[in-house]
Design a protein. Sequence first.
Length: 334
Amino acid sequence: MKNTLLKLSFFFLLAFQLKAQNSPFVFQSLSQQPYADLAAPVQSLNNGALWDRNSSFAVPLGFTFTYRNQAITSINVLARGVQFVGLGNLYMFVYNTPFGGNLIQDRGIANNTASMSPVSYAVSGAAGNRIGKIEWKNAGVIQSSPTPQDPTHFVSCQLWLYEQGGKIEIHFGPSFTTATSFQNNSIFVKTYSDNNLAVTPTGNSNNPSYVVENCNIPCYGSVTGAPAQGTVYVFNPNTSFATAARQSAATAFSVYPQPARQQLTIDLKGAPAAATEGQLIDAQGRVVHSFQISQQQAAAPVTIALPTLATGLYALALRSATANWQTQRLVIEQ
């Protein structure tokens, strides 16, 4: 029992260490804040026109929003979130899929009517403390094939960008969904930050945890189901991210395929200063497989054979003699 507790503690310590070092945001979930439609004056973005998964609306914020120590003055509002203009492929996605697709569109499409789902923008607060608010109202759900779109299903949410401190919030509003409304009954909420690193809420949509994922390959972190009305997801900037990211760059790695089966490939981005130790840890915190990668092997992607393991979620942990443990989420299927 003591050994199990120690391993569990080790597993969560690894997860915390990854979040503390590599995450540009610290995520937490708050619930039951009153939800209200945007207050006037409100700028309509779709102007009564139907919008779909490919729609994009350019929006001047009206203030400077700080993202990764960069000054953002405009965004592109997408069907599934926003893109921060001027920073390349850096996004805040809400209703997303693991391969970057969209889970919502104008509800009028499924109902064969004019637009039923306004997309709007408003700014509240005084100079220095302004909040830019994007609202997707009464949005229809794009359901997975072969399940047809149900014209009665809808979701509403708002994305808030804070001038003071660079905080991001997602406010979830009224919805009507079922267990089949979203792809695999999941919402892939992600904040992309650098080199496809994503801060991702996971688990119960009304009380989620989070992981930090490398999404150079499809990443599967998600919350299950639609959050209850009044649920707010808060992303606070991690002020130590820039320094910590530089310190950990020497041992940054990617792993594929996801999900893995008989083997997986690890790319250490070039040989480290020493051999690398690896561990595969299950959801109960047990080390179920250990291996070594020599300095010579690490110069190129290396393939690791896996033992027979139960299908599920694991943590892949790596470290060399000159670096701290780093972990990534790994899904294994048999």
